[in-house]
Design a protein around this ligand. Sequence first.
Ligand SMILES: [Zn+2]
Length: 255
Amino acid sequence: MILSLSNGIFSKLRLEGNFAAVKRLGFQNIEFNMKSIKKEHDTDVYREQKALAASDLNCLTLHSAVLHVKDPIEVHQAVYYGKISLECARALHTSLVTVHSNVSKKLPRDVRERCLREIFGEIKPFAKQLGIKLSLENLSYNSTGFGKNVEQLEEVFGVIDPFGEMGITFDLCHALESKEVNNLLEAYGSRVCNVHLANKAHQPFTKETPELTAFLTKLRSFGYQGPITLELEHKTSLEEIAKSKTLFEKLLKKF
Ligand SMILES: [Zn+2]
């Protein structure tokens, strides 16, 4: 497993400052979160490419800009967010992009299905053309989006991914909040290709807990070797991020 930091935590800083803050903490790998771009629909991906090259950081994964569509009229915007995220991933030389279902949990099932079909009908072939794998993230119960448990994710996959080509970004914080850790692992353990790691409310783990140990043990039993991406709440102090980093450097040697 490979330690990484979501740079979304420094999204208030300009890009150079954002990468510099990640470097100062001693991380080598990042998940580039599209929140780090002032306007998520900004198309100047070469600016990000240059800043990343200058920082010498390695972009392991990218978190797509997302819009939880509440009305079919918003589908085009969701497609555009998805495509510009994929362009950015290509510029940053990563081939794994985390996406949400992009549909609101408030939509009726038939409208949800139509929106899912339209959005992913465009995003999936575009990703394929760029050689990028899409990875669907499980959401928390308090998210506006659809996809918090196995039942909901199965519905989404049934519409957008009947052949099981997409991966899962397992968000431990969301799974703990929704009390779905074991169900999600049982259903998708072998499809996990990215992990968002934080305690409830995106607080950092600074000590080993029974839940964390159980999760990492299960993950290892599936042969997982991908990123462990620390995805932390905005107000987390630098000191706490450093503590969490030290903990995971130690833990990842065991797992
Ligand atoms: Zn996440």
